[in-house]
Design a protein around this ligand. Structure first.
Ligand code: ADP
Ligand code: MG
Length: 319
């Protein structure tokens, strides 16, 4: 019996764990009904993933389900928000049950990890496009914004940079890597880890924060612009994985760290007097430079000499 839209929603998206006490009405009525706790602001973000643009064709449905929630959770992490709810708009070319099963299992595995309840959505027939809206809570006036960086603040990133971008190039056959490295890089592309715990612990420490979805130069550029400051980065301090180092030259690793998107790590700034608090972070972070009053982004190499900006490389990412 062909699956109707209603049965599809029932089977793959309704009545899934977790079920939260702050959901008065979830999937099943015309609207969801939700309770925001007193003293908190609601942090909301939406992202759309288009096949062939935001993930390569042939990506597993589990990975697509994971990533469609992970990118939104990464935005909540960057604001220092605790995730709560999600809504999903799903456009699919046909009712393909193995695909829906995979998508749903990838999505709900991550939803369970962060106690996010899917509370509603929309399902239509069309090209494969997934929009996920996420909602989280942040105590009033405590969100981590892009606008708080001050001259003298240290610039930090967590995790490693450039892996997802190189993973995409390997998938596309534009770079070759040994099997172990190729598998690692592909995993970094397909299964980004939203840095929720880190975002929460940075709430008392960071002066500004952003998640790296479009590359360090572009995303740090948003902090610089919003804060009305500039920065100098030490390119020899960029944290890169062994797999990245094994696969590309040093210059290429720096270019990838600066310009490759999709890593979903956090970049944040910290006033000097609060830097000691970073030892409490759940993951290790790396200091890659400092905020300065002079606008724009400058790069220094290991000898403190200017690192040449490739005209066609990342110059157009500068703000
Ligand atoms: P309406 O026509 O009133 O918009 P729908 O038939 O689109 O209702 O959806 C029925 C219910 O299922 C609603 O509660 C809606 O939020 C939910 N829903 C639809 N598609 C999805 C989906 N892909 N994921 C989660 N909930 C969904
Ligand atoms: Mg509808």
């Amino acid at each position: 019996m062909p699956l109707t839209e209603f049965n599809l929603i029932e089977r793959y998206f309704a009545h899934k764990d977790p079920r939260r006490d702050d959901v008065v009405m979830g999937v099943g009525d015309d609207c969801a009904l939700l309770k925001v706790p007193a003293g908190f602001e609601l942090a909301v973000s939406i992202d759309t993933l288009v096949e062939g643009v935001h993930f390569p064709e042939g990506t597993s449905p589990e990975a697509i389900g994971h990533k469609s929630l992970a990118v939104g959770l990464s935005d909540l992490a960057a604001m220092g928000a605790t995730p709560a709810w999600a809504t999903l708009s799903l456009s699919i070319p046909e009712i393909d049950e193995p695909w829906l099963q995979g998508f749903s299992s990838g999505l709900f595995a991550l939803a369970k990890k962060y106690q996010v309840q899917l509370v509603g959505g929309d399902t239509v027939r069309g090209p494969l496009v997934i929009s996920m809206q996420v909602h989280g809570f942040v105590p009033e006036d405590r969100a981590l914004c892009r606008s708080g960086a001050k001259p003298g603040d240290g610039i930090y990133v967590i995790g490693t940079l450039g892996d997802a971008g190189l993973g995409l190039r390997v998938v596309q056959g534009k770079s070759s890597a040994n099997k172990n490295d190729a598998d690692y890089l592909r995993k970094r592309l397909d299964y980004p880890s939203p840095r929720i715990e880190t975002g929460l612990s940075l709430r008392n420490t960071a002066s500004a924060c952003i998640d790296i979805s479009d590359g360090l130069a572009a995303d740090l550029g948003h902090i610089l612009k919003a804060s009305g400051v500039g920065a100098t980065l030490q390119v020899d301090q960029f944290p890169v994985s062994d797999s990245l180092r094994n696969t590309v030259s040093l210059d290429e690793s720096i270019r990838l760290a600066l310009t490759a998107g999709d890593d979903y790590e956090l970049c944040f700034t910290v006033p000097m007097e609060r830097e000691a608090a970073l030892e409490e972070l759940p993951v290790s972070c790396t200091r890659i430079g400092s905020i300065e009053a002079q606008s724009d982004l400058r790069l220094l190499d290991a000898n403190n000499l200017p690192y040449p900006m490739e005209r066609n490389g990342f110059d157009h990412f500068r703000k």
